[in-house]
Design a binder for this molecule. Structure first.
Ligand code: PEP
Ligand code: MN
Length: 342
């Protein structure tokens, strides 16, 4: 169970709740969130009555979890969705659709700035672009590293778009946090629990991609690793899973959208580019994600897709992007949402 303390709870009141658990042999963890502090019981607090805790000073309410994931559960938020702003762009809640677009990888200043301008003019909410890339082959282009981050910052200065970029390894944490507006954890690192904790400590929103062989429960428990560090700004991303089907690169699990929305308060976005590995189904799937109630979509865009150094087959042509945005916006409107703008 989780004891949510009031915003005015004192250190002594928090310690008293913790001591109550410890005295009955149950380990308890204090989780200091950005909005509230909670005390979570690790183990089964059999000897403790809910009413005893409710009457303790500083206690707001008790949340008895029925799920293996805790902080990501919407039992904590009375089933209300969370929302937050990234440089004036709202993500989460029920009214906006956050469209994150940009190249798979920052390849050059010219490429990144050109794509950034196109997607901004067309109405994207944020710019994506990898600087440190998780490549299947060690001989493939690994990204421009710090130079790539600097180019992204220049793109933000020119367009005003917040930037989303991947944190691949702990050694780059400070560097990525200094530049990024949203820190992405890639599919291959969803179960890198030490990296998740570190991402939770960097003070920036985290976009957590579902591991391509991970269940949705595992995704929510991975989110708990970030949330327990006090970082409440986590975005979940469905990006396709491995299945027997090989027609598309991965299999987009659109069922993840309603399943997660029903059980978690966190914003849920969909990445049809990595799911399909092919540009042609990206638009219908982004539209489907919007109509299914997703909080956003992330898509890869290039001004010369065939020449892309990474994920070329799935890159949308930048010249087609304005029409893509219009059609996605129509589907988002079906779910009562508009594209997130400043
Ligand atoms: C990416 O978005 O750049 C990426 C590498 O995605 P994923 O981790 O989902 O493969
Ligand atoms: Mn990619």
């Amino acid at each position: 169970m989780m004891v949510v303390m009031t915003t005015r709870a004192t250190e002594a009141q928090i310690a008293a709740v913790r001591a109550k658990f410890t005295a009955s042999g149950v380990d308890a963890q204090v989780i200091e969130g950005e909005l509230a502090t909670a005390v979570g019981a690790v183990g089964d607090p059999n000897g403790i009555r809910k009413s005893d805790l409710e009457s303790m000073p500083g206690v707001e309410r008790i949340v008895p979890f029925s799920t293996p994931y805790k902080l990501a559960s919407n039992e904590l938020t009375h089933h209300e969705p969370s929302s937050f702003e990234v440089r004036d762009r709202l993500i989460g809640g029920n009214e906006t659709f956050c469209l994150i677009a940009g190249p798979c990888t920052v390849e050059s200043r010219e490429q990144a700035l050109s794509v950034a301008k196109t997607v901004e003019t067309a109405g994207a909410s944020m710019l994506r672009g990898g600087a440190f890339k998780p490549r299947t082959s060690p001989f493939a282009f690994q990204g421009l590293g710090e130079e790539g981050l600097e180019i992204l910052v220049e793109a933000r200065e020119q367009t005003g778009l917040p930037i989303v970029t991947e944190l691949l390894d702990a050694q780059h944490a400070d560097l990525v946090a200094q530049h990024a507006d949203v820190i992405q954890i890639g599919t291959r690192n969803m179960q890198n629990y030490v990296l998740l904790e570190l991402a939770g400590q960097l003070g920036k929103p985290v976009l957590l991609k579902r591991g391509f062989s991970s269940t949705l429960e595992e995704l929510l428990m991975a989110a708990d690793y970030i949330l327990k560090e006090g970082n409440e700004r986590v975005i979940l991303c469905e990006r396709g899973i491995r299945s027997f089907e090989t027609a598309t690169r991965f299999t987009l699990d659109l069922g993840a959208v309603p399943w997660l929305k029903q059980r978690s308060h966190l914003p849920v976005i969909v990445d049809p580019s990595h799911a399909t590995g092919d540009a042609s189904p990206v638009e219908p799937l982004a539209c489907a994600a919007a109509a299914a109630g997703a909080d956003g979509a992330m898509v890869e865009v290039h001004y010369e897709p065939k020449a892309a150094l990474c994920d070329a087959p799935q890159a949308q042509n930048a010249k087609d992007f304005p029409a893509f945005v219009s059609r996605v916006a129509v589907h988002a409107a079906l779910a009562g949402r508009r594209i997130a703008q400043p």
